[in-house]
Write a protein that binds this ligand. Structure first.
Ligand SMILES: NC(=O)c1ccc[n+]([C@@H]2O[C@H](COP(=O)([O-])OP(=O)(O)OC[C@H]3O[C@@H](n4cnc5c(N)ncnc54)[C@H](O)[C@@H]3O)[C@@H](O)[C@H]2O)c1
Length: 369
């Protein structure tokens, strides 16, 4: 029986997460931003990177991988660029700050880039790209990650799952948003199956010998994820590594530490955000009309046998969010187990996520942190 027996309202989940962060010692402004990023990610149905991540994030402060009281610092800027040092603070406020700086500068210059070094796990790349799209800009977002992915010819991990996201506003149609790891899947999807004792699909993982496996139990200590589309995913992951760690003056490759396990060391991930001001190129209304036209062309293309719908990237997330706002979310077990674990860590009552309603279930223990 699933643990989440009642739909959870996004506002109630936000309040629970803020309460957890305040209890852990964060200030309210940073807690609010972090909860907004994580809960919005859940509303998209990207449960592997939403509020589930809060427990290990707070654990990484207790372990000394991150600094709960640090604040990001602007360390360099020009008309169309900015560089921040996250000083190992909570990554979500630092990332929102940097994307906001890129958006502000792009209003003046047409395009702007902001980097953050010495940061940590910022969650779903798409959240930050969508901040630009909300302001009639094209947004791009990248982060490097500690090595957990093989590259063609290697046996073990060489690069991280280095995600790429872009978001683009449209008119009557939903915004387009692609948000993907450059590995076959995000590592969290392996953990989500591993944590409930399930095998993973073929083609995701190799074992210690570099051979295909469906057994996730040893990962990430043993084995490695595969890049998406072989050398193509490898090349894009490398681009992300260059745009983030190398360009920001931060850590790259082996210089990045795991944020969730292994030896305790500063995590030192880097992020890069790009905002493109559409109005500098063409009137926004024209752009949005053309985006709608492109969307409809794609959606109305002839369907393959057995297919009744073509989705645009971001469309599933858009519809999931509408449903979450209207009806609440039935959080999957792997998320409920994490939230339950976090409630126990901090002496909180998980029933708060159900607002006025009584909760049922939510009592099984999380088997893996
Ligand atoms: N911060 C980190 O360390 C880190 C690392 C890796 C991944 N991630 C995050 O993990 C999440 C999941 O990554 P993933 O690679 O497993 O994603 P995924 O393979 O589930 O792909 C998701 C994307 O593909 C689009 N999509 C899916 N099916 C589609 C279809 N039929 N037609 C059109 N578009 C479709 C979705 O709209 C979405 O943009 C992302 O949010 C990513 O940012 C984070």
């Amino acid at each position: 029986m699933p643990l989440c027996v009642k739909p959870v309202r996004p506002d109630d989940l936000h309040a629970f997460c803020v309460e957890a962060m305040l209890k852990a010692g964060m200030d309210r402004a940073d807690a609010d931003i972090t909860a907004e990023v994580l809960v919005a990610t859940d509303t998209w149905g990207t449960y592997t990177h939403g509020t589930k991540q809060l427990r290990p994030l707070l654990q990484s402060y207790r372990d000394g991988r991150m600094d709960l009281h640090a604040k990001p610092e602007l360390v360099g800027q020009g008309a169309s660029w900015a560089t921040f040092d996250g000083h190992h603070s909570m990554p979500m406020p630092a990332s929102v700050l940097a994307m906001t700086a890129a958006i502000d500068k792009a209003h003046q210059t047409g395009i702007a880039v902001a980097t953050v070094r010495n940061s940590g796990h910022y969650g779903a790349a798409g959240y930050y790209a969508h901040l630009a799209a909300r302001q009639d800009m094209i947004g791009l977002s990248f982060t490097n990650v500690d090595p957990c992915m093989a590259v063609p010819g290697s046996r073990g991990p060489v690069l991280g799952t280095n995600p790429i996201a872009y978001a683009v506003p449209a008119g009557d149609e939903p915004p387009v948003m692609l948000d993907i790891a450059t590995s076959v899947v995000a590592a969290s999807k392996v953990f989500a199956l591993r944590d409930v004792g399930k095998p993973i699909p073929d083609g995701w993982l190799v074992n210690a010998d570099g051979l295909p496996t469906t057994d996730p139990t040893g990962y990430p200590a043993v084995g490695a994820l595969l890049p998406m589309a072989a050398h193509k995913g490898y090349g894009l992951a490398l681009m992300v590594e260059i745009l983030t760690g190398v360009l920001s003056g931060g850590a790259f490759g082996n210089g990045i530490s795991s944020w969730g396990g292994g030896p305790v060391a500063p995590v030192s991930q880097s992020h890069t955000f790009i905002a493109i001001h559409i109005a500098a190129f063409e009137p926004v209304a024209d752009f949005k009309r053309r985006m709608d036209e492109l969307t409809r062309q794609i959606r109305s293309a002839p369907k393959a046998k057995g297919s009744d719908r073509i989705y645009l990237p971001g469309e599933m997330e858009h519809e999931s969010r509408q449903r979450a706002i209207e009806d609440g979310m039935a959080l999957p077990d792997h998320v409920m187990l994490r939230l339950q674990g976090m409630a126990e860590d901090l002496g909180l009552d998980l029933i708060r996520i159900y607002g006025q309603h009584a909760a049922g279930g939510a009592t099984r223990k999380e088997r893996h942190g």
